[in-house]
Ligand binder design. Structure first.
Ligand code: MG
Length: 247
C-alpha cells in the first residue's frame, strides 16, 4: 500500500507542478494519467462507476468529481483541486490537494491553509483505540473556528483492495463515538470545505459536485495507515513539492 500511495502522491504533485494558466483540465489529466501508467500502475478512478478520466479535477466552486475537459481552461487566480488514485500490486492509494494558480484571493489562500491544516488535525487522531468520531471532531473543530462549511454529503473511507471500503470517515462528529480504529487499518481522510455554507449540488453531468452557494471549495486528502507507531502517511510524495504541514 506504501508503493501504491507513493505513486498516487507523486502523480498528484507532478500534476500540480505542471499547472499553468491557459492549460486545460484535460491536458492536466493526461499528465497525471501518463505518470501513473509509467510507474506500472493503473489510475484507480479511470472507468470507476463510469468516470471518464484518471483524475478528478475540480476548479473554484467545484468541490469534487470534476471531469477533465478540453473546454475548461485554467486561469490565473483559480484554485484547482486534484484527486488521484493509483492501483498497484493489488492495492489502492487515494490522495487530493487543492493548488493555488498564480495570484489567488486572500479568502482562497486562507481556505486552502485551513482545509489542509484540518486534514492534519484529523490525521493526528488516526490512532489505534480512537474512534472515527475523534477524527471528524478534530476536523470540525478547526473548520468551525474559521466559519467555513463542512461538506456532509461526502466523506472519507477505508482503502485497500477496493478504492472505497468501510468504514466511512466523516469530517464532523462526536469525540469518543463511532467505529473503533485498530492497528493495520488503512483509511482516507479527506476534508471537503466550502468558503460559504455546507450544502452542495451535483451538476447535470451526474458527477461534478459544486457548492450550493457558488463559493470556493477546497479538498485535501491522504491515505493513512494506523500503526503501533501512530498514523503513517502512505500518500506522501517523494518528489520535491509544496511542504505539507505537520507530520
Ligand atoms: Mg477518497
Amino acid at each position: 500500500m506504501r508503493e501504491a500511495g507513493i505513486i498516487a502522491g507523486n502523480a498528484l504533485h507532478t500534476g500540480g507542478q505542471s499547472i499553468r494558466p491557459g492549460m486545460t483540465t484535460y491536458e492536466l489529466d493526461r499528465i497525471i494519467h501518463d505518470y501513473i501508467v509509467a510507474q506500472g500502475a493503473v489510475p484507480s478512478f479511470l472507468n470507476y462507476e463510469g468516470f471518464p478520466a484518471s483524475a478528478c479535477i475540480s476548479v473554484n466552486d467545484e468541490v469534487i468529481h470534476g471531469i477533465p475537459s478540453k473546454k475548461r481552461k485554467i486561469k490565473n487566480g483559480d484554485i484547482v483541486s486534484i484527486d488521484v488514485g493509483a492501483y498497484y500490486n493489488g492495492y489502492h492509494g487515494d490522495t487530493a490537494y487543492t493548488f493555488a494558480v498564480g495570484n489567488v484571493s486572500e479568502d482562497a489562500r486562507r481556505l486552502l491553509e485551513a482545509t489542509n491544516a484540518s486534514l492534519y488535525k484529523g490525521i493526528e487522531q488516526a490512532v489505534a483505540g480512537n474512534r472515527v468520531g475523534d477524527i471528524g471532531h478534530a476536523v470540525e473543530e478547526l473548520i468551525t473556528s474559521y466559519g467555513y462549511g463542512i461538506v456532509r454529503k461526502y466523506v472519507g473511507h477505508g482503502v485497500g483492495e477496493q478504492l472505497h471500503e468501510a468504514p466511512e470517515i466523516p469530517n464532523f462528529g462526536n469525540a469518543g463515538h463511532g467505529f473503533r480504529l485498530s492497528e493495520g487499518m488503512v483509511i482516507a481522510i479527506e476534508p471537503m470545505i466550502n468558503l460559504v455554507g455546507d450544502d452542495v449540488r451535483v451538476l447535470p453531468n451526474h458527477w461534478t459536485v459544486v457548492t450550493r452557494s457558488g463559493s470556493l471549495a477546497a479538498h485535501f486528502e491522504h491515505t493513512i495507515a494506523i500503526t503501533s507507531e501512530g498514523p503513517v502517511l502512505l500518500t506522501k510524495p517523494t518528489i520535491p513539492c509544496e511542504a505539507p504541514p505537520g507530520i
